[in-house]
Design a protein around this ligand. Structure first.
Ligand code: ADP
Length: 591
């Protein structure tokens, strides 16, 4: 096996000896006498393997190794340490800093060759695996993309088929025989539509394009709606539907659409596969997780089928006989549950019934907290924070910049990773909103760079904005050294919450009902000095417009104020929207 090997040793004798040993076995050898010289040469032309002496003046082998491991392009090159028997050589440390093996001086040619060969072989296999992994990801992505395009294409003609079949069904001249045929077309068409929708969802999940869409919602309202929806079918089959909700909170934060879809599917199945008896939903809450048990007295599922039913397109005997459904419902439900960091389990006894159990983490919104989630309008007195927004998409950057500068944060924007690093160096922001995918250097590389180069006493807070929904993606993001992560599309509250959490910012809030409360002492103590800073003629114009109480004139003046002080203009604008010309006048008069 041939390969390029780089040897670093401050002793010429060792260098020459190793070079001879390796060259006679057909390896290409390059060498350096010091760590610095070696790093330069390795960066120019990365070798397949490095042999590294430990005791060297200036920069020792451990430091060279650490540097190599910290550089993206070099970190995978295997490093074998070289040690003299009298070195205070710490084998454990050699592995800790990232070495893969070590050889001791004096060398035995055969041992050196054997160790080098093993490492090169491992490296080759690693590269191979990595290539296969990337190919597999790509193939999977292509498959999912194909499925999702296909589903879109199928939908269009299907809509025409369903539309016309519905029209025909309403035709009074249609005879009984043809009416039956049309209704078969309709039923089959609808079945096909469900199938396409489910396949689309599944392929979206697999392509990583399905993310959580979390918001505050009322759990009781959601469950009540489900109960109503199933009511008709339950009655028609002569079943009983019982919902028992013990100490379940009303308001929670989570993905209500996915939760509804899972519950609807589990309850729908329970009703579908039960001939007589009761379908029960028992919901519980432990402060962090909601538990939903859906129990039926139906056909049940055999033990061997239980392990299969969560796979796509799997139906048991009863499923096939029912001639309803697609066998995708449970597969999707489980994927949705995974996405929500929840879990679905099932117990069943053939002939007696089945119990599905869904557990999902949700965040309870206490009623006091609901009040805290008022609209943020500013920062409390005397606070200054510098926030950098790194995102290559101009719309995203603009949206966030506008949001944050409107409450008084100092903002800088970077449109790629390199620019983000430059601004970070020159401006030392308190917090960085970091997009992951960016040209030149992605958000994770930027984060790693900053974490390696910053003062550990004064670490900048980095929060990524990402649509990554999968655990492994989140793990990679956190491993890069970010403090936190907010999923896109983001909600204003999340952004403000995170800044509050990490920087200890204190906000001013707008009262939901009356604007007058906002114009309390704190608020005017910020606005009044800002008004005082305005050029006198502009202030007079504002006063005249406020006396007139005219929206158009005031907005015109606000346009001019915005050039001077955007924060002030935004605050005044909110007051104008609430027709609080009187409050504006009060403040101007107090100057
Ligand atoms: P579908 O309901 O569209 O057939 P699902 O993925 O939801 O597909 O369910 C897969 C299969 O699992 C069903 O076809 C059925 O055979 C079985 N199954 C699901 N829920 C129940 C249940 N409550 N009782 C008995 N069998 C069930």
């Amino acid at each position: 096996m041939k390969g390029n090997i780089f040897i670093v040793d401050d002793s010429i004798n060792n260098l020459t000896l190793l070079e001879i040993i390796l060259k006679t076995r057909g390896y290409t050898v390059k060498k350096a006498k010091s760590g610095r010289e070696a790093l330069d040469a390795i960066r120019q032309e990365p070798p397949d393997l490095v042999m590294l002496d430990i005791m060297m003046p200036e920069m020792d082998g451990y430091d060279v190794c650490r540097t190599l491991k910290s550089e993206e392009l070099l970190k995978d090159i295997p490093i074998i340490f070289i040690s003299a028997l009298d070195d205070p050589f710490d084998k454990v440390k050699a592995f800790e800093v990232g070495g893969v093996d070590y050889v001791s001086k004096p060398f035995h040619a055969k041992e050196v060759i054997a160790r080098v060969e093993v490492q090169l072989k491992i490296r080759l296999l690693q590269k191979d695996l990595e290539k296969q992994r990337l190919e597999a990801i790509e193939a999977n992505r292509a498959k999912s993309l194909f499925l999702s395009n296909m589903s879109h294409e199928l939908r269009t003609p299907l809509n025409a088929i369903l539309g016309f079949a519905q029209l025909m069904q309403r035709d009074p001249d249609l005879n009984e025989d043809n009416r039956e045929k049309v209704s078969i077309i309709l039923r089959s068409g609808e079945h096909l539509l469900t199938l396409i929708d489910d396949v689309l969802s599944l392929s979206k999940i697999e392509a990583g394009r399905m993310s959580l869409n979390e918001k505050d919602f009322d759990l009781h309202v959601l469950l009540h709606a489900l109960q109503e929806m199933l009511g008709v079918k339950v009655k028609a089959k002569g079943l009983k539907l019982v919902f028992s909700l013990s100490n379940l909170p009303h308001f929670v934060y989570g993905d209500d659409v996915k939760l509804r879809q899972i519950l609807l599917n589990l309850l729908g199945n329970a009703v579908k596969f039960t001939q007589t008896g009761t379908v029960t939903l028992r919901a519980g809450w432990d402060g962090k997780r909601a538990t939903f048990e859906i129990e039926d007295t139906g056909y049940g599922i055999s033990q061997e089928d239980l392990v299969k039913i969560f796979e796509p397109f799997v139906q048991t005997e009863s499923g096939r006989i029912s001639q309803e459904g697609t066998g995708l419902g449970l597969a999707l439900s489980r994927k949705f549950a995974d996405l929500m960091k929840g879990e679905i389990t099932v117990k069943s006894q053939l002939g007696y019934g089945t119990t599905f159990k869904l557990e999902v983490p949700l965040v309870e919104i206490k009623s006091e907290q609901k009040q805290v989630r008022r609209k943020v309008v500013g920062l409390e007195n005397g606070q200054q924070y510098k926030i950098l927004i790194a995102d290559d998409t101009i719309e995203h950057r603009y949206l966030l910049a506008k949001l944050l500068s409107s409450v008084g944060f100092e903002i800088r924007e970077a449109e790629d990773g390199q620019e983000a690093i430059n601004i970070w160096k020159a401006w030392s922001p308190d917090l960085i909103w970091m997009d992951v995918r960016m040209p030149k250097m992605d958000g994770l590389e930027v984060t790693r760079y900053i974490r390696q180069h910053e003062n550990p006493e004064k670490k900048v807070v980095i929060v990524t904005l990402t649509s990554a929904a999968f655990d492994h993606e989140r793990e990679t993001i956190f491993a890069a050294g970010v403090n936190d992560l907010v999923t896109k599309p983001f909600k204003e509250e999340r952004i403000f919450e995170k800044i509050e959490q990490y920087l200890g910012v204190r906000y001013l809030y707008q009262d939901d009902n009356t604007f007058s409360k906002v114009i309390d002492e704190q608020f005017s103590s910020i606005i009044v000095p800002k008004l005082a800073n305005l050029p006198k003629p502009l202030l007079d114009e504002l006063k005249d417009a406020a006396i007139l109480g005219d929206l158009d004139t005031t907005n015109e003046v606000l346009g001019k104020i915005e050039v001077e002080d955007r924060f002030l203009a935004d605050r005044l604008n909110e007051m104008v929207k609430g027709f609080r010309f009187d409050a504006i006048l009060d403040m101007i008069n107090s100057l």
